[in-house]
Design a protein around this ligand. Structure first.
Ligand code: NAP
Ligand code: GLV
Length: 313
């Protein structure tokens, strides 16, 4: 079987080496511009249009991340560009869920225990005890209860704070109060103190972090966006911080990445910025999962993680 690999800024030799060990019978190559030679599978992250166009020989495209928005954007910009018969398959966890739980738990605990404020007090050499946030009303709402959101929600529930989760279809998760669908969106948001976004970026979820959404949260709420920059209406965040409706935000993802040096977010001390690192694609785990699924598909079996193109995730 022939496998094409494309992952910009990665150590392609190391990835190909690991794939060759996992799939010794495969004929693997890194895609280069102009390569239109036959292939059965493509393993990619943010592929250029040219790589996928007209490749009707592909049986499956493996996305080396959980979010498939970049690939689906190619299709919405130029309908028909995705190979007709290829399944699009995304990574499922591959070590991202524990990373995401660490990142989000760190931010939530920082807000709960008021570490940002203690840091400011320290810089002023002030020894002052702040009124603790009561844990029982420090409600965390997790948007998206998929592979990552469900794990994050359960991790947070372990700290004893009330945790709510929101998904498209109804979900039952031990210890989490769940809400589903647009009809329950406002009830989910009502009084939430920390809003965590782990939705996929689709036409239905674009811009969901907006002034209306913020207005339903508890006054002085916190925002943690670890999904996609396109979920956030940036001006609405700045205005919500200015009005005090939001107290602070932790952002790992941005509409434009890298975040341009002159972006207003860099100058807002209440916004914590990280460079899209909350859950990195891990080579060993990803190669193992993709290789296992390629083997299964080659045997004619079905696999999980297949993207529903209509739904967008
Ligand atoms: P997933 O398993 O596909 O879960 C998606 C969740 O969102 C599901 O619970 C789904 O509901 C819900 N959802 C989708 N559309 C919705 C809508 N319109 N209304 C309400 N709920 C909706 O995805 P995942 O693996 O958890 O990953 C989530 C996202 O995290 C990715 O798409 C990616 O953008 C982001 N991510 C970021 C990083 C980073 O480093 N910053 C790393 C990895 C992933 P149902 O359960 O009903 O289907
Ligand atoms: C990273 O952002 C991913 O979608 O895996």
């Amino acid at each position: 079987m022939k496998i094409l690999f494309y992952m910009p800024h990665a150590d392609a030799a190391a990835w190909l080496h690991d794939f060759a060990r996992a799939l010794p019978e495969a004929d693997l190559r890194e895609w280069q511009p102009g390569d239109t030679a036959p292939a059965d599978f493509a393993v990619v992250w943010r592929p250029p249009r040219e790589m996928l166009a007209g490749r009707d020989d592909l049986r499956a495209i493996f996305n080396l991340g959980a979010g498939v928005d970049a690939i689906l954007a190619l299709e919405s910009e130029q309908p028909g560009i995705l190979p007709r018969n290829a399944q699009l398959i995304r990574l499922e966890d591959t070590g991202m869920a524990p990373q995401m739980a660490e990142y989000v738990a760190h931010a939530v605990l920082r807000y709960l225990r008021r570490f940002d404020e203690y840091q400011t007090l320290q810089s002023e050499r002030r020894w002052e005890v702040l009124e603790p946030h009561p844990r029982e009303t420090f409600t965390v709402g997790v948007l998206g209860l998929g592979v990552l959101g469900a794990h994050v929600a359960q991790t947070l529930a372990g700290f004893g704070m009330p945790v709510r989760g929101y998904s498209r279809g109804a979900r039952h998760i031990e210890g989490i109060t769940t809400f589903a669908g647009e009809a329950q969106f406002d009830a989910f948001l009502d009084g939430v103190k920390v809003l965590v976004n782990l939705l996929p970026h689709t036409p239905d979820t674009a811009g969901v972090l907006n002034a209306r959404t913020f207005s339903k949260l508890a006054r002085g709420a916190y925002l943690i966006n670890v999904a996609r920059g396109g979920h956030l209406v940036e001006q609405d965040l700045l205005e919500a911080l200015a009005s005090g409706q939001l107290a602070a935000a932790t952002l790992d993802v941005f509409r434009e990445e890298p975040l341009p040096p002159d972006h207003l977010f860099w100058r807002e001390p209440r916004i914590t910025i990280t460079p899209h690192i909350s859950a990195l694609t891990l080579r060993e785990e990803s190669v193992a999962q993709v290789a296992r699924k390629i083997t299964a598909l080659a045997r004619g079996e079905t696999v999980s993680g297949v993207v529903n193109i209509e739904r967008g995730y």
